[in-house]
Design a protein around this ligand. Sequence first.
Ligand code: OSB
Ligand code: MG
Length: 374
Amino acid sequence: MKLLAARLHHLELPLVSPFTTSFMTQTHKRCFLVEMELETTDGTVVTGWGENVALDRPFYSPEHLDGSAEVVARWLVPELVAAGEITAETVHHHLRRVIGNPMAKASVEMAVLDAQLRSEGKSFASYLGAVSSAVPSGVSVGIQDSVAQTVRVVGGYIDEGYARIKLKIQPGADIEHVAAVRREFGDELLFQVDANAAYTLVDAAHLRRLDEYGLLLIEQPLGEADLRQHAELAKQMSTPICLDESIDSAETAADAISLGSAAVINIKPGRVGGYLEARRIHDIARAHGIAVWCGGMLETGIGRAANAALAALPGFTLPGDISGSDRFYALDITTEPIRMHDGVVDVPAGPGFGIEVDPDRVAEFRTALVEIQL
Ligand code: OSB
Ligand code: MG
């Protein structure tokens, strides 16, 4: 395929309620969609959509939204133009001169992949080799102001039917909240926590207190660069350690596994540079007996649909942060929102990512439209 046009739709969507992590509170989601037109070898023009998941501040990873958009427009799209003939499978290679910026690369690869699969009439799930038609749906619960509020909010999601609860924690909002949720909802609840790098190895004795609550895992307790320290922490507590921020490629996944830093990996396609790298991490982890699950970045229906297909690979043995669109948004930008029912999200079966972008909704939430000059 050959790239004919690329445009960025910058969006701002209000969240149904503020989302607080150890690193920031969000009330709105800013992101951009990558829309590409490509010409196939038989001369057909096909459109593909990607979603950029960078947060508007560099508080989760070094990348931030405006920088990521600049990298796409100034460095990544020109590399694809220079490459001439491209396929989804060669995008990663064509972009190799650009260091880092995985979320920018992922959004570009997504658009090419969606277009390619649409031109072939093939779903992303069948392209990947998905083995299930629905995936268990977990929900990520932000840090609340009080223990009582945590119990109320978690109870609401359990009533909706979510299959697993992930609670954000930070120093000062951890053990008591976890204890209260476990006491209120019982031992059967699939329950895990995410610290977003808020602790240090000095907190090991404190974190060990979580061991009595039967958590599925603790996600990213320590800093993103602390692979050795996570391995050290793993020796000091029985709750399985899961890495999120630390894993930015198949290579860091291999390092973390061999160092004993992670018993579980949260795979986020944006964080690792795309869905094809995400699949490589799934393959490596599976070969090592390391469980994986699909993380989320408050995606719109585009990323949410793609994540559901990825999570249908056989190594995704834990429920992902793949909730219904309505967990974050009253209105999504796809013609049909992603729905959670009976604790699962259906894996889209249509061509490409299997959703249709709603142009009116995109226009409603759009703050800027940038046509990239090729
Ligand atoms: O650490 O998993 C995280 C959202 C933004 C940045 C980091 C994280 C998250 C979430 C939300 O936990 C997951 C979701 O999209 O449902
Ligand atoms: Mg996380």
